[in-house]
Design a protein around this ligand. Structure first.
Ligand SMILES: O=C(O)CCC(=O)C(=O)O
Ligand SMILES: [Mn+2]
Length: 234
């Protein structure tokens, strides 16, 4: 793992103490023991090879070719500005999700993403209502500083994030005194980043732009939705 800025003496264990009961109960213990805490005070853990190389390649190719990617825009200073990446929300029927200031009806699950959800659910002992997919076509595409703290995700959300394609800097930051402390990852092709607990409240994260020539990157964030944001009556 490439974790820069993290305290080198951080511990790898202690998941139960962090209230990550679901993850600590995971069936696949060998894989669990390879999960590495990103920083002692950051409720996030990283596994570089959740997917094998070949399955990550196949999944990336399918997602690029088959998902219905859309170019969203947000209202800023009285005009609409394009979101600097492509997005799609895939979920169970009726599970709407609001982003870019708009509520989105779900796209149906492709078979390979259903299978990936099943594996993540077995791994975490949690259920995921849907996945928000981000596609970064070049180094100009990015996501700005934010925490995924929307009410519909519930308090202390658990997010399972799979990265595919080009390696890009993924940065966490936390306010300490008068300055920001940062911790960086380079999520690998096929890697898993789990975020839970206070990770969205105490920290922000971003995927900065880069001038370096980079290939396409796809990120899949599997999300739980609070029960009251669940199926709507049609
Ligand atoms: O692309 C990534 O790794 C992060 C995406 C993200 O933060 C989000 O969708 O909320
Ligand atoms: Mn996010």
């Amino acid at each position: 793992m490439t974790v820069r800025g993290a305290d080198a003496s951080h511990e790898r264990s202690g998941w139960e103490a962090d209230g990550l009961a679901m993850v600590s109960q995971a069936a696949s213990l060998p894989a669990m023991s390879r999960l590495e805490r990103v920083a002692p005070d950051l409720d996030a853990a990283y596994l570089p090879d959740f997917l094998g190389r070949d399955e990550a390649d196949t999944l990336l190719e399918e997602l690029l070719g088959q998902l219905r990617w859309s170019q969203e825009s947000v209202a800023m200073f009285g005009r609409r500005t394009p979101v600097p990446r492509l997005l799609t929300w895939i979920a169970d029927p009726g599970r709407h999700y609001a982003y870019s200031g708009i509520e989105h009806a779900p796209e149906p699950w492709p078979a390979r993403l259903l299978e990936l959800r099943r594996r993540l659910e077995a791994f975490t002992h949690a259920s995921f209502a849907g996945v928000l997919a981000n596609r970064y076509c070049s180094g100009a595409d990015c996501v700005g500083w934010h925490g995924d703290d929307e009410a519909e995700l519930g308090p202390d959300p658990l997010i399972a994030s799979i990265s595919l394609g080009a390696e890009r800097r993924f940065v966490f930051r936390r306010r300490e005194g008068g300055r920001w402390r940062r911790v960086e990852l380079l999520p690998a092709h096929g890697s898993l980043l789990l975020m839970w607990g206070r990770s969205q409240r105490d920290w922000q994260h971003a995927l900065p732009r880069t001038r370096r020539p980079v290939g396409e990157r796809v990120n899949l964030t599997f999300r739980r939705l609070a029960a009251d944001a669940g199926p709507r009556s049609a």
